[in-house]
Design a protein around this ligand. Sequence first.
Ligand code: LLP
Length: 463
Amino acid sequence: MSRSAHPAGPRHADVLPEGHYTAPPADLNVLDPKVWSRTVTRDAQGALTVGGIEVARLAEEFGTPAYFMDEADFRARCRAWREAFGTEADVFYAGKAFLSRAVVKWLYEEGLNLDVCSGGELATALSAGMPAERIAFHGNNKSEAEIERAVEAGVGRIVLDSFQEIVRVAHIAQRLGKVQPVLIRVTVGVEAHTHEFIATAHEDQKFGIALAGGQAAEAVRRALKLDGLELLGIHSHIGSQIFDMAGFEVSARRVVQLLAAIRDEHGVELPEIDLGGGLGIAYTSEDDPREPHEIAKALSEIVTRECESARLRSPRISVEPGRAIVGPTAFTLYRVGTVKHLEGLRTYVSVDGGMSDNIRTALYDAEYSVALVSRSSTAEPMLSRVVGKHCESGDIVVKDAFLPADLAPGDLIAVPATGAYCRSMASNYNHALRPPVVAVNDGEARVIIRRETEEDLLALDVG
Ligand code: LLP
């Protein structure tokens, strides 16, 4: 996740601090389309517009900080994934990246399925009308109540994550007089090249059942024997923010090999494999993500090849992108409060949000871009650290980025690519009020998640 330190120099050139940054772009007013959502442009005065609406208007109407989501971009990304995988595969959007009822409706309309991993996500999906059979339910420790709710609702897949859960789901399904379609999540032993906390297919972690040592084969044996379960296939998710397809190839190969072993032992060809999500997006100009059609092609080629060599019928493939769909579709809009130049060190730009609306920088050392969006500027680039208003020095939104040196209190700045894992991981730290999510489309803006109020906070505090 890091860029190389670059000694070239804008303001403070003689005393550039340690950090990960490249040389400033030639023109700070130019927005890199890689990191901004599709309908973002700058108007003649240099103000950013999204969905045809200027940010100053959005700030005035909805306040800051706020997340603005480009609905046309979200829908276009859904369609790109759908079309890339065609009718022979299923795309499950991973709701943990960001979920709201409006999003569920968009997914439904664009032909995607939905992955949930908690009772709350399941409730949101069902309440927005997603048909239960298009929902898959994940999690390493689903409660009995959650499993019951999912089975009762008739979710299309429950992804079994442990030996205990195999029995638990089977019992609940039997008690409810149902046969629950399930997948077994396996850990394939791939070391994904990403942050340790978001890598999930190496063996020493909490998810899934290891292929190694015959554990997964044993789980299949047990699941096939239980009346309450219909074992449809095998699931693998290797991690998140991954650019290199090699890990997916190894994972697909190992999963297909397990299908072949199951066929040899039980005479059953399981009809499905789910290869998870985890595809990386561009947070900065340094990142080069793959397009859905390249990903679809690479995955289907490897599965076809492996199946041919094992003389297996090709299973139906599912994928579960979260970040790759929603991540690039939103930016967070902040208002600058203070600008502090620490001579010989760095410039701190404080905004009206922070780690409560974007924990990813503090938690994963994530990198983001940032731009002045309320006006253009011809001032020289100033290496800046964008920080929040929380009582913690690790409260950093963007570690190292260039902003114009005339940046001043009252300016609006925006951090792109915050659609995934920002609002969904937001907190009330310091009793911050979580920002709204506003969908912008074709000249119209509407709140899809409203801003929290002090009344909301006090309503939870029962005294
Ligand atoms: N499928 C499964 C089983 C998952 O566990 C995940 C993510 C996904 C799909 C979607 O992954 P995506 O395509 O969005 O990378 N909070 C972290 C990411 C945690 C991902 C957890 N599982 C972050 O902010 O980077």
